[in-house]
Design a protein around this ligand. Structure first.
Ligand SMILES: Nc1nc2c(ncn2[C@@H]2O[C@H](COP(=O)(O)OP(=O)(O)OP(=O)(O)O)[C@@H](O)[C@H]2O)c(=O)[nH]1
Ligand SMILES: [Mg+2]
Length: 295
């Protein structure tokens, strides 16, 4: 049996989380059209007859703008150090200096690397060849694989390429596992995704979700009762999330509840509150409380 850990890294919005979900054919990591969506390192596990891959989706790699960004960047670097194989994901439609920096960092790590050129569904063949040529001539990476995480084009071939780099060894997780996140995190991430989808512009980056309590219902133990707080940095942001007559928050709650019900396979009662915690991203004690410190 072959096994190993594979770090998925790349700049924000490159399509890393979409790719992880494509490998697993399941939604493990949340996705949005805004950069800096992923904040945790998220493990997605794929086990077949012949191999087990533990994929680690990471936050987009960029120069940190705040304390939370600093933690995120450090997490990416540690993930690269710890992983057996690196999957360096570039957005083929937007290859730039930031990708160069990431590829250089990966090259210096001397780890077995597969460079992925994602979003080929939006790329002309001639443009793709140019990007491949650039990466090969500047960095000498041997394995450069184009794919589309969105349509699934070439994702299976990419997986086969990864497997070539795995070594024989024991599997790391029981075969039935598909991810390694505690349920509270997954619930929090679903809520955060719905906030992202409902309120754009500026707000997403100052949102965190704190899942306070998850317990069986008093009257109906088959049901799950969840209390969660949506944390923002300013009163004005709180107003936007709540919306006129509380309509936005209701919508966020309804969408999140539906998806959480699919996740846990039970009816869910979800109570959401919006709390203002000033500058929480600058405060490591608080970032840690929301789960960003240790993961
Ligand atoms: N056309 C096209 N769009 C894609 C593809 N892969 C991802 N996207 C889109 O790109 C956007 C970003 O995708 P994510 O998977 O959230 O990107 P990410 O790299 O995880 O982003 P961060 O977590 O912010 O670092 C989303 O709108 C995706 O639908 C692809 O192969 N083709
Ligand atoms: Mg992501």
């Amino acid at each position: 049996m072959k096994s190993g850990t594979v770090a998925i890294i790349g700049k924000p919005n490159a399509g890393k989380s979409t790719l992880l979900n494509a490998f697993l054919r399941a939604k493990v990591s949340i996705v949005s059209r805004h950069p800096a969506t992923t904040r945790f390192r998220i493990h997605g596990i794929k086990t077949t007859q012949d191999y087990q891959i533990v994929f680690i989706d990471t936050p987009g790699y960029e120069q940190p703008k705040h304390q939370l960004g600093e933690i995120m960047k450090r997490n990416v670097l540690t993930t690269v150090e710890d992983a057996d194989v690196i999957l360096a994901v570039c957005d083929g439609t937007d290859f730039d200096q930031k990708d160069n920096e990431i590829l250089l960092m990966v090259k210096n790590s001397k780890k077995p690397t597969v460079v992925v050129i994602n979003k080929v569904d939006r790329l002309k063949k001639s443009e793709l060849l140019l990007v491949i040529d650039k990466i090969y001539s500047e960095f000498g990476f041997e394995e450069i694989v184009p794919c589309s995480a969105l349509t699934g084009e070439n994702v299976e071939e990419l997986e086969k390429t990864i497997v070539k780099f795995l070594s024989d060894g024991e599997i790391l997780f029981p075969p039935e596992y598909t991810d390694s996140l505690p349920q509270e995190y997954k619930i929090g991430e679903i809520i955060r995704e719905k906030v992202f989808q409902q309120v754009y512009q500026e707000i997403p980056h100052s949102v965190a979700v704190e899942v306070e309590e998850v317990r069986p219902g008093d009257k109906n133990p088959q049901m799950l009762v969840i209390f969660a707080n949506i944390i923002v940095e300013k009163e004005s942001q709180k107003k936007i999330i709540i919306g006129k007559n509380g309509e936005k928050l209701k919508l966020i709650g309804a969408q999140a509840r539906k998806e959480i019900e699919t996740l846990v396979g039970k009816k869910v009662y979800l109570q959401l509150r919006v709390k203002v915690v000033e500058k929480w991203r600058e405060r490591p004690d608080i970032s840690r409380r929301f789960g960003y410190g240790s993961l």
